[in-house]
Design a binder for this molecule. Structure first.
Ligand SMILES: NC(=O)C1=CN([C@@H]2O[C@H](COP(=O)(O)OP(=O)(O)OC[C@H]3O[C@@H](n4cnc5c(N)ncnc54)[C@H](OP(=O)(O)O)[C@@H]3O)[C@@H](O)[C@H]2O)C=CC1
Ligand SMILES: N[C@@H](CC=O)C(=O)O
Length: 293
């Protein structure tokens, strides 16, 4: 992991070590931060022969030209934990594509935080209470507004769309936020948002959940990648649909391709949390060993 990589001396140390050990030992640089500033140092590390493992989504959601540079040595970079934490989402999609089977639709619930929050709201709990609980359980981003604003899901959607070969940028995605601008990072700190800002949304969210429930529906934050559309937002879905049945921090992703046309390939399970995320990172590191046998 990096230790404050904005610091010039630390950057130099990482690059020196990468230069010394990169090509001879297959040194893996692991980025488990939530920073968008690491992309340059990761590209340098790869150029010096290192491998890169990411739990951090942000380097993969930089501008398309930098993204293409970052993944140009695609066998040297692994990022399974960026989507669905330890669930084998990237690996499965990569295998389907490698077999020549074109994927034409992906739909899923890809936020452990929003899945947990929505299912807890159905049980009558307060929005502010369940968002704070999700943070305590290790599901949220360091600033939970990344989750509630839809940007964390949008990043995952972009990572998947780019894996399918789409040359798009984050600002081309349609993203629905669950909080208004007045509660954004330019108006208040994360702490203020958690203690004060969130409470102002309690009754609005309770009404939304109640409105859906009266129609036999539940709310789920959904990601759709299809045709030329890639969008993420809240949807009202039947309680007994695959997405509607999700509980807690579970993610579900349905992948439609020529082989999985009528009955999609479905991946479901815990999609957030320290254990499963760390397991995904570890599996990536171990997987990279094959390059050096
Ligand atoms: N939690 C989860 O379920 C999942 C998380 N991820 C991803 O993993 C990453 C980490 O998430 P998570 O562990 O939950 O978050 P945490 O806040 O627990 O950890 C983030 C870590 O990164 C460090 N960090 C952040 N910015 C910098 C920086 N500029 N320089 C050095 N260190 C920095 C923080 O240090 P400090 O505390 O000192 O600020 C902290 O140790 C995120 O990118 C997240 O999207 C991916 C899948 C699932
Ligand atoms: N904050 C994310 C963590 C995993 O990417 C989530 O809630 O899904």
């Amino acid at each position: 992991n990096f230790m404050c990589f904005e610091n010039f001396e630390v950057k130099e140390k990482v690059i020196d070590t990468a230069g010394l050990l990169g090509s001879s030992s297959g040194l893996a640089v692991v980025d488990c931060s939530a920073s968008s500033e690491t992309v340059e140092i990761l590209m340098q590390a790869i150029d010096l022969g290192c491998c890169v493992v990411l739990a951090n989504k942000k380097p993969l959601t930089c501008k398309i030209d930098d993204y293409e540079k970052l993944i140009s040595k695609f066998r040297h970079i692994r990022y399974e934990s960026t989507v669905g934490a330890g669930l084998p989402v990237i690996a499965s999609i990569t295998r389907v594509l490698a077999s020549g089977d074109p994927i034409f639709r992906i739909i899923g619930s890809l936020s452990g935080t929003l899945g947990y929050v929505m299912s807890e709201l159905e049980d009558g709990k307060l929005f502010s209470q369940v968002v704070n609980a999700a943070k305590g359980l290790g599901y949220t981003e360091p600033d939970p507004r990344d989750d509630l604003g839809g940007m964390d899901v949008a990043r995952k959607a972009l990572i998947l769309a780019r894996l399918l070969g789409w040359r798009i940028n984050l600002d081309e995605l349609k993203v629905e936020s669950l909080y208004p601008n007045e509660l954004g990072p330019s108006s208040m700190s994360t702490e203020e948002f958690l203690t004060r800002g969130l409470q102002s949304l309690d009754s609005y969210m309770a009404d939304k959940v109640r409105g859906a429930s009266l129609k036999g529906n539940v709310l789920r934050y959904v990601c759709v990648i299809e045709g030329s559309r890639c969008h993420v937002g809240l949807q009202e879905l039947p309680k007994d649909s695959p997405l509607g049945r999700l509980r807690g921090s579970d993610n579900v992703i349905e992948i439609y391709s020529r082989c999985y046309k009528n009955s999609p390939l479905v991946i479901q399970g815990a999609g957030a949390g320290n254990d499963t995320t760390a397991a995904g990172v570890l599996a990536d590191i171990i997987d990279l060993q094959d390059l050096f046998l």
